[in-house]
Design a binder for this molecule. Structure first.
Ligand code: PLP
Length: 368
């Protein structure tokens, strides 16, 4: 039996009649930009996250870009972010003309090492972007303390962590703003590109709303230079259907993670991921660390028709596009890039499928 890394058809099939109904509603409304579907989704997700403003946008990447623009971060500014993350976190910093400054990560939770971030603060540091990688929150008390000591803005990149909590606080709700992605591989997934920016700061939210729409409040009169960062009503309508199921998806992911961890502990050379007790982990990825021969393990799983992926094979401080930045050595990020591999964890995964993954894993290490 094949075990894919993700099975979106299965999730869509369970909701097909509701999704079709949402599609028909948008089709018949004739409104394809903005309007009530977008507002309804924004209000529902703001309630879920307990924030005063939720702004639907065109992608998770655009949410980060918009956050940086709304905070007026640009040339001359430095922004600290992890190196072991998806490219968009730092790519957006460079796109606004600011300089990404990479900090190392924690080998256990995979998130930004705040002590290392602290060593990288300079007079030009304007912001810090903690990423809640794989669905688990970063050390937000540490990040907020560092930010308040140095007057830094905090953008939480919660693309992979919708619904996750840190000491009971929702991911994305603690910093100046939080950004989310609804890319198909995320826990709340759209049918194409979509994202979200949230904030409790009225002024910041107003700036982001303006910039989302070319800086214009009334059409053809532009207060600022923004962009087209709007969320489609069709995506909003479809996302609203899935939003009602998000909690059950997260519960099923957690259940799967617990089962894996109960079966994969104690294998020499393999370290299963751990959820810190202060965190509600949402398990966007279940990421193993393989001490040696990670690529051989990946190839072995692939040969057994088991989907897996390496998030991420090259840390951002070593990417070609950032080769002009000041050189730095980030030993943990570099090690994680060599050791990590993510296995299927999606909510619709069956016990039988997990047993196949577990069996193959045990097999591989027995032969080592
Ligand atoms: C997915 C992701 C993004 C970007 O989201 P898109 O919707 O694909 O643009 C940003 N940061 C992280 C950590 C992500 O995982």
């Amino acid at each position: 039996m094949k075990v894919p890394l993700l099975d979106l058809q299965k999730q869509s099939a369970e909701l097909e009649s509701h999704l079709t109904e949402a599609f028909r509603r948008v089709l018949q409304s004739g409104q394809f930009i903005g309007g009530p579907e977008v507002e309804r989704f924004e209000q529902a997700v703001a309630r879920l996250l307990g924030v005063s403003h939720a702004i639907g946008v065109s992608s998770g990447t655009d949410a980060i870009l918009l956050a940086l623009m709304a905070l007026d971060i640009g040339p001359g500014d430095e922004v600290i972010c992890p190196s072991f993350t998806f490219f968009a976190t730092a790519g957006c910093v460079a796109r606004v003309g600011a300089t990404p400054v990479f900090a190392d990560s924690c080998p256990v939770c995979f998130n930004i090492d705040v002590a290392d971030a602290r060593r990288r603060v300079t007079g030009r540091t304007a912001a810090i972007i903690p990423v809640h990688l794989f669905g688990q929150c970063a050390d937000m008390d540490g990040v907020m303390a560092l930010a308040s000591e140095h007057g830094l803005a905090v953008i939480e990149d919660a693309a992979q962590a919708i619904g996750a909590t840190y000491k009971g606080r929702m991911a994305g709700s603690t910093g100046d703003c939080g950004t989310f992605s609804f890319y198909p591989s995320k826990n709340l997934s759209a049918f194409g590109e979509a994202g979200l920016l949230v904030s409790n700061d009225d002024q910041l939210a107003a700036a982001a709303r303006l910039l989302r729409n070319h800086g214009a409040e009334s059409r053809y009169f532009h207060k600022k230079v923004g962009g087209n960062f709007r969320l489609d009503p069709l995506q909003a309508a479809l996302l609203s259907v899935k939003l009602d199921h998000l909690e059950s998806y997260s519960r099923r992911r957690e259940c799967n993670a617990k089962y894996y961890s109960s079966q994969l502990g104690g294998i020499e050379g393999l370290t299963p991921p751990v959820a810190h007790p202060q965190n509600q982990h949402t398990w966007n990825q279940y990421t193993l660390r393989i001490r040696s021969r990670r690529d051989a393990f990946r190839d072995f799983l692939a040969s057994q028709d088991i989907g897996c992926e390496i998030y991420y094979p090259l840390p951002l401080h070593l990417q070609e596009c950032f080769s002009a930045l000041e050189k730095t050595h980030l030993p943990v990020s570099e090690r994680l890039a060599r050791e990590c591999v993510s296995i299927p964890i999606y909510p619709e995964l069956t016990r039988e499928q997990m047993d196949i993954v577990i069996g193959a894993t045990v097999d591989f290490f027995r032969r080592e």
